[in-house]
Design a binder for this molecule. Sequence first.
Ligand code: G1P
Length: 293
Amino acid sequence: MTEGSVRKAVFPVAGLGTRFLPATKAIPKELLPVLDRPVLQWVVEEAREAGIEEFIFVTARGKEAIADHFDAHPPLEETLATKGKDALLAAVRAASIPAGKAVFVRQDAPKGLGHAIACAREAVGDEPFAVLLPDMLMRARPGCLAGMMRLHERTGGGIIAVEQVPREEVFKYGVVALDESSGEAMRITGMVEKPPVEEAPSDFIISGRYILPAEIFSHLEQTAPGAGGEIQITDAMQRAIDAGEPYHAYHFTGETYDCGGKTGFLMANIAFGLADAEIREDLAAFMRGMLPE
Ligand code: G1P
């Protein structure tokens, strides 16, 4: 079992973003903005806050703008500096990932989340790593991944963020079975990807944040296509559990916005807007005006 601190994070960003067409015809869906920064930047910031030092993006054709977004931009920075726009300059600089710390690997075909993560194998090497699904925008203090890191220091092994949803919604997610007698750090006894509601083992869903031991890569190699005909990380984690590897649930109770769909994306914009001191009042007044008397 590989242990030690988690320094690297994988961001699967190869998806086509069909639910946002035509907005995503030329722009990667991960770069659509929530308030003043791309969804993906919020998620990278969550990882950075948790101590992640190396950022591995699993990308695809047409996603080149993601690399540009996280790169330094000397001409823009110079212009902002000359004009004395210090706050904007700081915001632009804060969006960059330090040189050499962003890694881009390609997924050659949309064969599933498990396949995307397997594409990061060489970049991750033989150490535990985090996976953050950028569709899921999670807001909490400390951030979700930071909380998971603390649990990982105690338990080692795999950590999966879970949250409770109404039972009728579980079919859209991976669902875990928990040993609820195992205390605050709940041991995961099994999991299933997108089960029919009546077969779901609980109402705790996998919410898009993982800490995985490097052993997951050999399980992924053995994992056949599952739900949706895709190679599922959920199935590979089930194999790890079957092999006796410990996996624990981190019960996330902050806010989650599923920015993979229009409703969650708009809700995220409203929530982040209402939390922003500069625009809160105007936005709230507008929203009150939109409501029926
Ligand atoms: C993926 C995972 C699923 C998880 C979900 C969270 O599914 O396979 O286990 O619950 O993300 O968003 P997807 O949304 O890619 O279908």
